[in-house]
Design a protein around this ligand. Structure first.
Ligand code: ZN
Length: 422
């Protein structure tokens, strides 16, 4: 049996980050961490007696980061079917109403099983860290024993001050305990259209004082922009009555979503923004200036027909980008490999393959504050990597192009997390 505590792993090609691949690269793993890295001959020169595991024509690649998902909704497609719901609506508000209808029929046990399923699918797809949004806070205990790291964002929303106080107390309680495995507990104030101005401000100031991470859906749909700027549209006429919030319809703010968030104190780098589909040039400039992270979820945006983020302009401006699959309520898989492949065509090549790979690894790790553990293969970081064996021969210089071809998920033959074979 291979001694996982002290072992050299090598293959035809080692990908440490979005830097050029190392042909014949190797990693020395000791105590679950990377103790040395280089070509096999370099590593062996310093550690001649250590056992070598050679994956031959395969690729050694860092685990990926899914910066935005909702693992509790992994079983959503089955639930929707049982509920006799039709296809995923192509209208954002229709989609929300459908989501709520389906969730109304569920019990706590459904979510726990669904999260477990989501964790299994994520790990199998080569994901090592997640930014996972959890509305069912009690289900967080399912994370115990999971190898996934990252942030578990406890979702919160609401308008009614009395109910909001209760929600806030429950949130404080949940944040006080530590029953969530290796992920760090954080908060997700859902979105400007589901949370009152006061509560949003409270959450952001609470997070900044307590140095807690948070994550906010922002500028996902035209309906949201209309809601924030002008206090009207589908969210007001259909969503608010559906959930009994008519009396909480806000006045028009006359602000763009980014300006609105800034007014509520939400522009700090530990607030991971998600979607950013409807951003103006000045919004993008503000996000870059504030050093914000933004998780793009192109497959979800395409499925819900909400539009296309200005990925090229965001990248050029210096907004720090990550990738997320969103949930299986609006996406077909939890594979970040699939997301990268889709993103390349969806954004018409505005983001090249190494950039997309960086978003799926180091970008995501930085967005979740786990860059010292994951995101690249480097001395001192966790020995968290996957071994891919492409079905057809991939020349070393073409490795990043291979990464954005579809089908990488099926080529994974081994997953190692913190030196442990999964
Ligand atoms: Zn989401």
């Amino acid at each position: 049996m291979v001694n996982i505590l002290n072992c050299i792993y090598t293959a035809k090609c080692l990908i440490t980050s979005n830097a050029p691949p190392v042909e014949g690269g190797a990693l020395l793993v000791h105590g679950g961490r990377i103790a040395s890295i280089g070509t096999l001959s370099e590593v062996k020169r310093h550690f001649p007696d250590v056992k070598v595991v050679d994956f031959a024509d395969a690729l050694l690649v860092p685990l990926l980061v899914n910066a935005h998902t909702h693992l509790e909704l992994t079983d959503f497609p089955q639930w929707a079917k049982q509920n006799r719901e039709g296809e995923t609506p192509k209208n954002f508000v229709d989609w929300i109403l459908r989501l709520i209808r389906v969730k109304q029929k569920l019990q706590a046990g459904h979510y726990q099983a669904s999260i477990k399923n989501g964790m299994t699918q994520s790990v199998a797809a080569g994901t090592g860290a997640v930014g996972d949004i959890l509305a069912q806070h009690a289900a967080r205990s399912v994370y115990q024993g999971s190898p996934l790291i990252g942030s578990l964002f406890l979702e919160t929303l609401g308008h009614d001050p009395v109910r909001v106080r209760k929600i806030k107390n429950g949130l404080d309680e949940a944040l006080d305990d530590e029953v969530a495995g290796s992920v760090t507990l954080a908060i997700s104030p859902h979105s400007p259209y589901t949370i009152s101005r006061d509560y949003l401000q409270q959450i952001y100031s609470f997070c900044q004082q307590g140095q807690l991470r948070c994550s906010t859906h922002l500028a996902e749909s035209a309906a949201e922009v209309e809601f924030i700027e002008r206090g009207c549209g589908d969210l007001v006429t259909r969503f608010y009555p559906f959930v009994g919030w008519e009396r909480f319809t806000p006045d028009p703010s006359r602000l763009r979503p980014v300006e609105y968030l800034q007014q509520q104190g939400g522009l700090f780098p530990e607030n991971l923004l998600v979607h950013g589909v409807h951003l103006s040039s000045s919004d993008i400039e503000i996000l870059a200036r504030k050093k914000m992270f933004l998780a793009l979820c192109p497959r979800s945006n395409a499925k819900l027909n909400v539009g296309r983020a200005a990925a090229g302009r965001l990248f050029q401006a210096g907004v720090r980008l990550a990738l997320g699959t969103d949930s299986l309520a609006s996406c077909d898989s939890l594979s970040v490999w699939d997301e990268m492949a889709f993103a390349h065509s969806w954004f018409n090549g505005e983001l090249d393959a190494p950039t997309l790979f960086n978003m799926a690894t180091l970008g995501g790790a930085e967005a979740l504050g786990v860059e010292n553990e994951l995101g690249s293969l480097a001395i001192g970081k966790a020995a968290s990597f996957q071994v891919l064996r492409p079905k057809t021969i991939v020349a070393v210089p073409d490795v990043f192009d291979y990464f954005i071809s579809s089908g990488c998920t099926d080529d994974i033959i081994h997953i190692y997390h913190r030196g442990q074979l999964q």
